[in-house]
Design a protein around this ligand. Structure first.
Ligand code: ZN
Length: 359
């Protein structure tokens, strides 16, 4: 058994549960097995593969990222990140996105205790999971990308962080018991829709995912959510949506957006995004009660500051500090200054960070 597999008999940790009957799973060699219904899932490279369906996660591996992980394995996680970053138009930006634990700095706004159990949903390359694993009891890092999980697992083991369990699973089928986690994180990609192929209703899927996360939280636990704004000033001014590559599509009602996407790309529009009001309503509908809202500066996937949207003075101070940072973006700065003065950030900000509590 690989060393990186956490001890599933440790009573202090939530036990992984069967996706079919919710019975706690038991270790069975290189598999994890349900004693009630005999369903089982393989453990490969230290990762629990709940998407296996008879095949290992390696079957879904992308050959390019496979090579990336070969470098991570032989030369280290940083060398691999440098290699893949060199293929980007902005290598420093991508390297920081993949590796920087500063992406998890929102954790200083959360009630994180030493004994916290953290669920990192769609944690990707693992830098947010590793940041939490340094101070919390345990992190469950879940993703649908096998290659990113392999990379995250390699990084964790190379850094000697034994407190991360990697789960290859869907965000709406999380193999953890109800009320087992103190903190949940969905730092970005809720809108990307890469798990939505089976459904035509992205909004229902988002509701199902958020409901699933809410169920895993203990009372008093909270979710951190980083999310794009469908009415971002960039889209209002004609900027293209990142996945569909279409202008103005996020501003349209979903039925019209779907027809627009069908007529130009011959595929359904799945990149559903929300206004601040829309995502707040969705979080409340699944059961979250108290919701804090922040303005991520300059962007929610990788921010320098998180400004409380209810504090104009704090927001304007942080916007003023933008000038002294490298990568200063003049149009973002001007938008932020004007929108803050006019009280329009909640409508036209590029994205939002939300902290939603379960009572
Ligand atoms: Zn079962």
């Amino acid at each position: 058994m690989p060393d990186s597999i956490p001890n599933q008999t440790d009573q202090a940790l939530p036990q992984l549960i069967c996706l079919h009957c919710s019975t706690p799973l038991e270790m069975d060699g290189i598999k994890i097995r349900c004693p009630n219904c005999s369903a089982n899932w393989p453990i490969l490279s230290g990762i629990y593969d709940f998407l296996a369906d008879g095949e290992s996660g390696a079957a879904t591996s992308d050959s390019y990222l496979n090579e990336f992980n070969r470098i991570a394995s032989s030369d280290g996680w940083q060398a691999a990140a440098e290699t893949i970053s060199r293929t980007s138009a902005n290598p420093a930006h991508l390297f920081e996105y993949i590796t920087s634990e500063a992406r998890a700095d929102f954790r200083f706004l959360l009630p994180v205790k030493d004994d916290a159990i953290v669920l990192d949903v769609c944690g990707g390359w693992g830098n947010i999971s590793t940041a939490f694993a340094r101070t919390c009891q345990h992190v469950f890092a879940l993703d649908t990308s096998w290659d990113k999980l392999v990379y995250s697992n390699l990084r964790a083991s190379q850094e000697g962080l034994n407190y991360i369990t990697h789960l290859h699973a869907q965000p709406d089928e999380i193999p953890l018991p109800p009320a087992s986690c103190h903190i949940a994180v969905f730092a970005d990609t809720l809108e990307c829709g890469f798990w939505q192929q089976a459904s035509t209703n992205a909004r229902q899927n988002h509701s199902k995912i958020l409901q699933s996360i809410w169920e895993k939280l203990v009372p008093g636990g909270c979710l951190y959510l980083g999310i794009e704004n469908r009415f971002s000033y960039k889209y209002v001014l004609g900027g293209k949506a990142p996945l569909s590559n279409l202008r103005f599509i996020s501003l349209l009602p979903s039925s019209l957006a779907n027809r627009y996407s069908q007529s130009t790309r011959n595929v359904n529009y799945q990149e559903i995004t929300y206004s601040l009001q829309g995502i707040t309503k969705l979080l409340q509908q699944v059961g979250f009660s108290s919701i804090e809202t922040y303005y991520p500066i300059p962007a929610y996937p990788k921010f320098r500051f998180l400004a409380d949207l209810n504090s104009k003075a704090a927001t304007e101070f942080m916007i003023s500090r933008l000038r002294v940072h490298s990568g200063f973006n003049r149009s973002f700065y001007l938008f932020s200054r004007i929108a803050s003065t006019l009280g329009m950030l909640p409508w036209f900000a590029p994205g939002f960070s939300l902290i939603a509590y379960k009572e």
